[in-house]
Design a protein around this ligand. Structure first.
Ligand SMILES: Nc1ncnc2c1ncn2[C@@H]1O[C@H](COP(=O)(O)OP(=O)(O)O)[C@@H](O)[C@H]1O
Ligand SMILES: [Mg+2]
Length: 229
């Protein structure tokens, strides 16, 4: 069975780049049998054909239920590091491109990662597929606070902060992380633009992005301070 992913607003050469990019991710993740990624089978015009995978309930549901996810979060961090260490024909780092909790699933000790494409509301940019690895790290931590609902995340800050720190420590065990600011600001701005384009009120979107951005910065900076002390 196949899963067809259609990109109506992209040109064929852009979809070809996406296809090549997803093959590189598939290759990078093949080294670890506990991480599954749907095989990119072919590109037909503006469509990419992927292997169909029977997906379990989304990770977001487990995060909302506040399940104990320490090992899983570390595992997800390691999976992202594996992508970033992946071989590519580009001279910059291989990125996932949309590494948010919505694109990650857990299945009996395994991780399934899907959708390595830029969010639809952002203009196509190769720099978001091959570039600054801090963007993917930011996207996941930002998503932990944003995707479960910012109000809920702030109300239960301790739990979501732990999730983010476990993810970061899994990632940092394979790829070093130093404190950073700019990628968080850029990512927050991009989410703001996407939310406004998706017809959320701009005031609400701004408050949401500032809240999730600050929570992301707190995780990244406090993680380093704790490691030093
Ligand atoms: N390879 C796949 N096999 C089976 N279902 C998939 C596959 N890829 C995506 N899906 C399903 O389609 C949904 C949306 O796909 P996704 O690629 O994440 O697109 P987007 O986030 O842009 O809507 C996913 O949440 C998942 O339920
Ligand atoms: Mg998706």
């Amino acid at each position: 069975m196949e899963f067809l992913k259609h990109f109506p607003v992209l040109t064929e050469p852009q979809v070809k780049t996406l296809f090549q990019h997803s093959r590189e991710i598939s290759y990078a993740l093949r080294q670890d049998s506990s991480i599954l990624f749907p095989e990119p089978l072919a590109q037909d015009g503006q469509t990419i054909r992927y292997q169909f995978i029977e997906l379990p309930p989304p990770l977001i549901e487990q995060m909302q239920a506040q399940n104990s996810l320490e090992d899983d979060m570390r595992h997800i961090g390691c999976a992202l590091a594996l992508i970033h260490k992946g071989a590519t024909t580009h001279d910059r780092t291989l990125l996932h491109g949309d590494f948010v909790p919505h694109n990650v699933f857990l299945q009996s000790g395994k991780i399934i990662i899907i959708d390595p494409h830029l969010p639809e509301n952002l203009p196509f940019s190769e720099a978001l597929l091959y570039g600054d690895r801090r963007r993917d790290v930011t996207a996941f931590i930002f998503g932990i606070f944003s995707d479960v609902g910012l109000k809920r995340a702030l109300k239960h800050y301790r739990y979501y902060n732990h999730l983010a720190r476990w993810f970061l420590s899994g990632y940092a065990s394979a790829c070093p992380v130093r404190p950073f600011l700019l990628p968080v600001l850029t990512y927050g701005k991009d989410v703001y633009v996407m939310k406004c384009k998706a017809h959320f009120s701009c005031m609400n979107s701004l408050a949401h992005c500032v809240g999730a951005g600050l929570a992301t910065l707190c995780v990244i900076w406090s993680y380093q301070c704790r490691r030093k002390s």
